[in-house]
Ligand binder design. Structure first.
Ligand SMILES: [Fe+2]
Ligand SMILES: [Fe+2]
Length: 217
């Protein structure tokens, strides 16, 4: 059985028994449901990262390769793939359906805030990449830097996901027209099948499954 299923909130996905089935089922879901399912994977990646940081903090030996792999997951799956679908597809469609995207005098719009959080996250990823390069080169003084940056990123993304799950996606569910959903579903299909690729998705889910067994069981 897939270990990552223990983190999956979606009932249909929880019934799948292979990665093929998991990815195939996810791709048939409504765009906002797909994004929510991806949040479960992102949160699992964050929990693994948190566990690696705890080990690093207690001066346990850590496998640098695992940290590299988590960082790769964050850069490619979380940021390029998941945030890419949000920014280039969902947020764009929401904006064209009249949901404002800019900063405002009485408060920034939800879309603006979500975008800004993606940008802040990217700065953390950059810092984490640099610190990890130094660590790999033998500089152990950067450990505290890695731990702090990882925890800042974790905190940012955790509240970001909460906001999207509970405010932003329900806003899309409520206001987008049938036509907009049709367009979004098509574009999500292209992003999944052609731009990112099913094999790449499976690769990352497999990685999460493997790391979950090592760090969370
Ligand atoms: Fe987001
Ligand atoms: Fe998201």
């Amino acid at each position: 059985m897939l270990s990552l299923l223990k983190e999956t909130r979606d009932e249909t996905l929880r019934k799948t028994s292979s990665l093929e089935e998991y990815v195939g089922t996810k791709m048939k879901m409504k765009p906002t449901e797909q994004l929510k399912a991806e949040h479960d994977a992102v949160k699992l990646g964050l929990r693994i990262l948190s566990m690696v940081c705890t080990k690093l903090e207690s001066k346990e030996r850590i496998t640098v390769e695992h940290l590299d792999q988590i960082l790769e997951f964050i850069k490619i799956f979380t940021d390029k793939y998941h945030h890419g679908k949000e920014e280039d597809l969902l947020f764009n469609v929401m904006q064209s359906e009249g949901i404002p995207r800019e900063a405002g005098p009485i408060g920034d719009t939800m879309l603006y805030v979500a975008l800004m959080e993606h940008y802040v996250g990217r700065d953390y990823i950059k810092d984490l990449t640099e610190a990890l390069a130094k660590y790999r080169a033998g500089d152990r003084t950067v450990s505290s830097n890695i731990i702090q940056t990882a925890r800042d990123y974790l905190e940012l993304l955790t509240q970001h996901i909460e906001k999207e799950d509970n405010i932003l996606y329900p806003m899309a569910d409520k206001y987008l027209s049938e036509e907009a959903w049709k367009k979004l579903t098509e574009e999500f299909g292209i992003a999944d099948q052609e731009k990112f690729g099913v094999a790449k998705q499976k690769e990352f889910y497999q990685l999460l499954d493997d790391l979950r067994r090592i760090y969370l069981e």
